[in-house]
Design a protein around this ligand. Structure first.
Ligand SMILES: NC(=O)c1ccc[n+]([C@@H]2O[C@H](COP(=O)([O-])OP(=O)(O)OC[C@H]3O[C@@H](n4cnc5c(N)ncnc54)[C@H](OP(=O)(O)O)[C@@H]3O)[C@@H](O)[C@H]2O)c1
Length: 348
C-alpha cells in the first residue's frame, strides 16, 4: 500500500462549463487520527452534480468551495487504522472524505456497511442518490396509481431510480433523456413506459404524444427548456418535484425570457404544488427508505446501473463527463482495491 495521500483541490472558479483547469492534484501528508477517529482509505467515490454549484461564489444550500480547498464528496472507504473500539481495520464505511486517498474521519460520521452488497450500491440506490429519489418522489410527488409521472434526467443516477419507484407505485412513467441510446436503456433496463430525447428536433411533439393524459407528477432533475416543455402538460393539481436544475448549473440563461411568468401563471391556473428539496433536510423522516430499497433490489424491482471509471487520475474526467452527459446510471470512480479484508463480523 502506498503511503502518499493524493488530493484534488479547487484551483479556480470556472466560467461556464468547467474543464480540468478548475482542479489541481497535489500530495498531502498522511492524516493522523485521535481518539474516536478512523483513518480511511478511499475505495470508491461518488461523482455528483452539486459540486458544480459549489464552484460558484454565491449563496446556495451548501457553502461555496474556497480556492485551494479539498474537493468534497462521498465515498466508500476501508478503515486502515481505528481509534474507536467499535471499528476494526478492514471495516467498510461510507464517509464524506473528499477527493483524496486517505481521510481522517470521526467515527460518528461514518456508516459501516455490511458485506455482501456491492460497494457502489451504497453510493447509488442505498445511498444519498437512492434517498433523493425515494423521499423526493414520495414526500413531494405523492404518486398515485394510474397517474403519469414524467422524469427528466431519466437515464441518470437519481432519475433512473425515480422512474422505477414510480412503477412500483403504479404510475405510468415517461422519461426524458439526452439521446436515443439512453432512451433505449431507460425503456429496456429501467422499465419506463415511454422515453423521449430532448435533443430530438421534434421533442415537443414526441412529448405531447406520450403525455396524452397530461402529467400528474413531474420529477425535475434538469430545469431549463426541458421543463418548460413539460409544463405544457401539467394537469390540475400536479405536483412538481424540483430536485435539480443541472441545465443551469454552469450559469446558462433560461432559454425563454418569459418562462418564469408562464410558470407562475400555470401554478395558479392549474393549482400546482411546486416544491424544491434537499435530501439531507428530509431523509430522516423516511426510516423505511433503506429497508424498502434493499427489498426492491433483492426482488429485482429496482435495477442499478453503474457508470464506472477506474483510478485516481479519472476522478476529474468522470466529473466533467457526467456534466456532459457521458453517463447512464450512477457515476462512480473506483480509486483503490480493498486490501485489509477481515471476517467482516462487527466487533462484539
Ligand atoms: N435535491 C437534492 O437533494 C439532490 C440530490 C442529488 C442530486 N440532485 C440533483 O439531481 C439531478 C441528477 O443528479 P444525478 O446525480 O442523478 O446526476 P445524473 O443524472 O446521473 O448525471 C447528470 C446528467 O444530467 C444530464 N444533463 C447535463 N446537462 C444537461 C442539460 N443541459 N439539459 C438536460 N440534461 C442535462 C446528463 O444526461 P443527458 O445525457 O440526459 O443530458 C447527465 O448524464 C442533478 O440536477 C442533481 O443536482 C439533487
Amino acid at each position: 500500500m502506498h503511503q502518499r495521500n493524493r488530493q484534488i483541490a479547487f484551483a479556480k472558479r470556472p466560467e461556464g462549463i468547467p474543464d480540468a483547469s478548475a482542479f489541481v492534484q497535489r500530495e498531502a501528508a498522511m492524516p493522523t487520527i485521535g481518539d474516536g477517529e478512523l483513518l480511511c482509505r478511499t475505495l470508491v467515490l461518488s461523482i455528483d452534480p452539486y459540486l458544480r454549484l459549489k464552484m460558484h461564489d454565491r449563496r446556495s444550500y451548501t457553502p461555496p468551495l474556497r480556492i485551494g480547498e479539498l474537493i468534497s464528496g462521498r465515498g466508500v472507504a476501508e478503515v486502515v487504522e481505528s481509534r474507536d473500539p467499535g471499528y476494526r481495520v478492514g471495516d467498510i464505511v461510507v464517509i464524506s472524505g473528499g477527493w483524496q486517498d486517505f481521510a481522517a474521519i470521526k467515527s460518528s460520521n461514518a456508516k459501516r456497511i455490511e458485506p455482501g452488497t456491492s460497494l457502489g450500491a451504497w453510493l447509488g440506490p442505498l445511498g444519498t442518490t437512492g434517498a433523493t429519489a425515494y423521499v423526493g418522489l414520495l414526500e413531494i410527488g405523492k404518486p398515485r396509481a394510474g397517474e403519469t409521472l414524467v422524469v427528466s434526467g431519466a437515464a441518470g443516477a437519481v432519475g433512473s431510480l425515480v422512474g422505477q419507484i414510480g412503477k412500483i407505485f403504479g404510475c405510468r412513467v415517461v422519461g426524458i433523456a439526452g439521446s436515443e441510446e439512453k432512451c433505449r436503456t431507460v425503456l429496456e433496463e429501467f422499465g419506463f413506459d415511454a422515453c423521449v430525447s430532448y435533443r430530438d428536433r421534434d421533442f415537443g411533439e414526441q412529448l405531447r404524444q406520450v403525455c396524452k393524459d397530461g402529467c400528474g407528477v413531474y420529477f425535475d432533475n434538469v430545469g431549463g427548456s426541458v421543463s418548460f416543455e413539460v409544463a405544457k402538460h401539467f394537469n390540475d393539481f400536479a405536483r412538481i418535484v424540483v430536485c435539480g436544475l443541472i441545465s443551469q448549473y454552469s450559469g446558462q440563461q433560461p432559454t425563454h425570457p418569459t418562462a418564469l411568468d408562464e410558470y407562475l401563471r400555470l401554478i395558479l391556473m392549474r393549482r400546482l404544488t411546486v416544491r424544491g428539496f434537499i435530501v439531507s433536510d428530509i431523509a430522516a423522516d423516511y426510516p423505511a427508505f433503506e429497508s424498502d430499497m434493499r427489498r426492491w433490489l433483492e426482488e429485482g424491482r429496482i435495477r442499478f446501473k453503474e457508470h464506472a471509471y477506474r483510478g485516481f487520475d479519472n476522478i476529474v474526467p468522470a466529473f466533467l463527463g457526467m456534466l456532459a452527459g457521458e453517463n447512464t446510471g450512477k457515476t462512480l470512480v473506483y480509486v483503490a482495491e480493498q486490501v485489509a479484508a477481515h471476517s467482516r463480523n462487527p466487533p462484539a
